[in-house]
Design a protein around this ligand. Structure first.
Ligand code: UDX
Length: 364
């Protein structure tokens, strides 16, 4: 009974003490954040805003956006209102859990009244609250995502070096992870980061760095490395298996990560067209995502068994439990078959005991 929906700005806004703008901020052609939906909602809500309402931007936006939004509202009304930034840090596939169990609540504002009101809103969650400047809150969101993306890129770069010298990246991670400053978590190497957030936010912060005269900023390079990562690996895999031409390849996992059907910046969207162009037959599988583009020699199947039937190469692209728990001995045929473990989720000895030629990331 606490929740109702409407498509009317008037109904939603006229009695609201807090107004949360949570619209999308996709990347524009020049890779900066496209803020038109944020400003359009500011313009649409402005006529109905009540005295002392707080307009909160939850969308991921660069510093300066709240101020512009406030100006837009002021053009339409003389009612007194406040502004704040309240970035979200949710992951896809666990958004409800992350909402109810946040690591922190970040509130960017200038007035005490606003901090207090927004703290009250989150009181039940009992999470640490960081009160800060508006620009700091906006930077905190970009910084968190860019840091995690850089961490992934860093370990992928180290994995490349391990392949040159016989070290095993998983052992390296274990060894360095005992340093409490570093930790074991959140850096399995793989195909690079994907999804709707990391690629976009790194690109946007890199574009922002260029726009403020910091074009040598590290994030420009992180973005470049990650964008090339899949092609770099595909060329490497191609060498190891003597080319993809005329090979039947099972691509297991189409979403950008498990527990979502989201294919934005998913590795499969680059891998499948690449394999098709190289003359492979592609048979894909995903428990949830549907590959909607027509690609020559590609067909999606409903089961792992069907996708792997007659395959020369199996590529485990996404760490869905259905895929990592599957017994691939069941689909082994009499050919020499390669098993490419794109996320290092399998034990090489086990895959070899099933009679596949194992190819992992950052290990020989
Ligand atoms: C991310 C952030 O985690 C979240 O805090 C933010 O609000 C939105 O962006 P999400 O995009 O849902 O969330 O995915 P996440 O699980 O963090 O993974 C992002 C990408 O990094 C995926 O492509 C994943 O495969 C990749 N990844 C993650 C790695 O390659 N290695 C890792 O160790 C972790």
């Amino acid at each position: 009974g606490n929740l109702s929906f409407t498509t009317s700005y008037q109904t939603a806004i006229q009695s609201a003490e807090l107004i949360i703008i949570a619209v999308g901020t996709p990347s524009a052609a020049d890779e900066t954040a496209d803020l038109r939906y944020v400003f359009a909602s500011a313009k649409s809500l402005a006529p109905y805003i009540q005295e002392n309402a707080i307009v909160v931007i939850k969308s991921t936006v660069p510093p300066g956006t709240l101020e512009k939004g406030i100006e837009i509202i002021k053009e339409a009304t003389s009612t007194k209102f406040y502004g704040a930034s309240l970035p979200e840090f949710l992951r896809e596939g666990s958004a409800v859990h992350d909402t109810l169990n946040p690591d922190r609540i970040v509130i960017g504002a200038t007035e005490n009244f606003v901090f207090e009101k927004l703290e009250e809103l989150h009181q039940k969650l009992q999470a640490p609250v960081v009160r800060c400047k508006v620009a700091s809150a906006q930077m905190a969101k970009y910084t968190a995502n860019s840091y995690l993306a850089t961490r992934i890129t860093f370990i992928n770069e180290i994995a490349n070096l391990c392949e040159k010298n016989g070290a095993d990246i998983d052992e390296v991670i274990k060894a360095i992870g005992h340093d409490k400053r570093i930790g074991q978590h959140y850096w399995y190497p793989g195909l690079g980061y994907g999804g709707s957030c990391f690629p976009k936010d790194v690109k946007e912060l890199a574009a922002y760095s260029r726009s403020v005269g910091e074009s040598g900023n590290l994030l420009n390079r992180v973005n470049e490395i990650n964008s090339n990562r899949i092609f770099y690996l595909l060329e490497k895999f191609a060498k190891k298996i003597n080319g993809f031409e005329n090979k039947t390849v099972a691509v297991l996992g189409l979403s950008f990560k498990p527990n979502t059907d989201d294919m934005r910046e998913a590795p499969a969207t680059k891998i499948i067209p690449y394999l098709s162009e190289k003359g492979a037959q592609i048979k894909s599988y995903d428990p949830m995502a549907k590959y909607s583009m027509e690609i020559k020699n590609h067909q999606q199947f409903a089961t792992i068994e069907e996708a792997c039937n007659n395959a020369d190469v199996i590529m485990a692209v996404v760490e869905w439990p259905e895929i990592i728990d599957f017994d691939f001995a069941k689909v082994k045929n009499s050919k020499t078959q390669f098993f490419i473990d794109c996320r290092n989720q399998f034990k090489s000895e086990i895959v070899k005991s099933w009679n596949y030629q194992y190819i992992g990331i950052g290990k020989r």
